[in-house]
Design a protein around this ligand. Structure first.
Ligand code: PPS
Length: 312
């Protein structure tokens, strides 16, 4: 299935036709989750792959064998991708780890009543848009990225593939009352204290680890280890689909790279749009709270209703 030039528009959101069909998207909305499932949810470029790796390593108690021998799209497949059903059927990995970029307003109904464990990972949207821009340049299943100012406008309008970051974050972070087991984590938290973040995820998954196991998880989910791991760095994907001469999937792995891309004017514009779109959101964003831009080491996003939002 190449379909590199096709975009599927589903409920007003465009998805790359290389990975999605109308059927696969429709099937995702009716997926019968098992209570033992672990669902990794994110807007693209927010730390999805990192969390897939962390969850795999926690389930393997720090042993990197699975994460170094099975590609992430097989061991933690995307629910909405066309190959999902066949991968899941062929897999014997337990617990099942499933990934999705779908917004809450589409996937929420399938989760009602389920005790599946949901982990929502988010990231400073300025870093998200920069990472997404670079990814558009190397991944041939996206439309042309255009110039960065154009791309930024499309991000702020919510017309990029996978829809609006604002709707995604607001949708998923308002669901503490409607989803049984939900953990919020941020890219920034993982970046500033990976050991603490892994401990929090392992406790949420009810898979407490001893110190050695935790340290192995930290080691194998570090940026440098993951950058070398062919099972997650996408170098297994053929050149015509991801052009590795134009960049790498594991690009910088840093907080605040947006500063290398945004002009001051774009930053001010972004802040205005952010303020107006998020005004009814009761959550506070850590990269705004302390020194206005950067997340604070000991804080998590969102600030209210967080910590362990799981209700077991
Ligand atoms: S995708 O395409 O939606 O699955 O992308 P996603 O995995 O959500 O995001 C990719 C960005 O996450 C960075 N990344 C990491 N940063 C730090 N440490 C680790 N271990 C790590 N793993 C992935 C990756 O480099 C992309 O961010 P940028 O800013 O582009 O480097």
């Amino acid at each position: 299935m190449a379909r590199l030039d096709v975009m599927e528009v589903f409920h007003g959101i465009s998805f790359p036709g290389h990975l999605h069909t109308q059927d696969s998207l429709q099937l995702a909305l009716k997926f019968p989750f098992k209570d033992t499932d672990i669902l990794v949810v994110s807007y693209p470029k927010s730390g999805t792959t990192w969390l897939q790796e962390i969850v795999t390593l926690i389930s393997s108690r720090g042993d990197p064998h699975l994460s170094q021998t099975v590609p992430n799209w097989t061991r933690a497949p995307w629910l909405e991708h066309y190959y999902f059903a066949s991968v899941l059927e062929a897999s014997s990995i337990t617990p099942r780890v499933i990934t999705t970029h779908l917004p809450y307003h589409l996937l929420g109904p399938a989760l009602q009543g389920s005790k599946a464990k949901v982990i929502y990972v988010s990231r400073n949207p300025k870093d998200v848009v920069v990472s997404f821009y670079h990814f558009h340049k190397m991944a041939n299943f996206f439309p042309e990225a255009g110039s960065f100012p154009e791309f930024l406008n499309r991000f702020l309008e919510g017309t990029l593939p996978y829809g609006s970051w604002f709707d995604h974050v607001i949708g998923w972070t308002s669901q503490t009352a409607t989803i049984n087991n939900l953990l919020y984590i941020t890219y920034e938290e993982m970046s500033l204290d990976l050991h603490g973040a892994i401990k929090r995820v392992s406790s949420f998954l009810q898979c407490p680890l001893v110190e050695d196991e935790l340290n192995n998880c930290v080691k194998h989910s570090s940026f440098s280890s993951m950058k070398e791991n062919k099972m997650i760095n996408y170098t297994l994907v053929p050149e015509e689909i991801m052009d590795h001469s134009k960049g790498s999937f594991m690009r910088t792995g840093k907080i605040g790279d947006w500063k290398n891309m945004f002009t001051e004017e774009q930053n001010q514009y972004f802040k205005r749009v952010f303020k107006s779109k998020m005004q009814d959101c009761t959550l506070e964003f850590v990269w705004e709270k302390h020194n206005k831009e950067e997340p604070h080491a000991n804080e998590q996003f969102p600030q209210k209703n967080t910590q362990n939002c799981e209700k077991s």
